[in-house]
Design a protein around this ligand. Structure first.
Ligand SMILES: [Zn+2]
Ligand SMILES: [Zn+2]
Ligand SMILES: [Zn+2]
Length: 151
């Protein structure tokens, strides 16, 4: 149960961490990797933005490996939390929201609709500056209200 708690905590922290990275790094000094993803004409095939996924996967793999050689200690479960977040991020952002693989396009799930709506709002800005809605799995409450309180 403690291990599950660690994974869950890391997963939640990763959403906050990713928000910061997205706002201050991807829309900051690493904009050159993120710009193609904000180009409205691109088709989300292979894009420079995917480098971020690789960069985040490396520490997760290292932690999983080190933890596995130490009898699956806390290091392993921190790595697992990061890895699971990375998978959720890729699934939600790249596959579901941007439809890199056609999937759940006509979902009625209010949570999925809310985060998609918020991320589309993020993509209304094609420049580095003046961004909004930098979160991926958690977005401003107003977007949840749009879909959860419908009668
Ligand atoms: Zn962005
Ligand atoms: Zn893209
Ligand atoms: Zn996007």
């Amino acid at each position: 149960m403690i291990n599950f708690g660690i994974v869950l905590l890391v997963f939640v922290l990763m959403e906050g961490f990713t928000w910061i990275i997205h706002k201050y790094v991807m829309h900051g000094f690493m904009w050159r990797w993120h710009a193609d993803h904000h180009d409205p004409r691109h088709e989300h095939r292979l894009e420079k933005n995917d480098y971020f996924f690789v960069v985040f996967a490396i520490p997760a793999i290292i932690l999983l490996y080190i933890g596995s050689t130490q009898g699956y200690n806390i290091t392993f479960f921190i790595g697992l939390g990061i890895a699971l977040y990375g998978m959720a991020y890729f699934f939600v952002h790249d596959i579901f929201i941007h439809q890199r693989v056609p999937f759940l396009k006509n979902t009625k799930n209010p949570y999925l609709k809310a985060i998609r709506r918020a991320h589309k709002q993020h993509h209304k800005h094609i420049n580095k500056e003046d961004g909004e809605c930098f979160g991926f799995l958690w977005v401003p409450v107003q977007y949840f209200k749009m879909y959860f309180h419908k009668k």
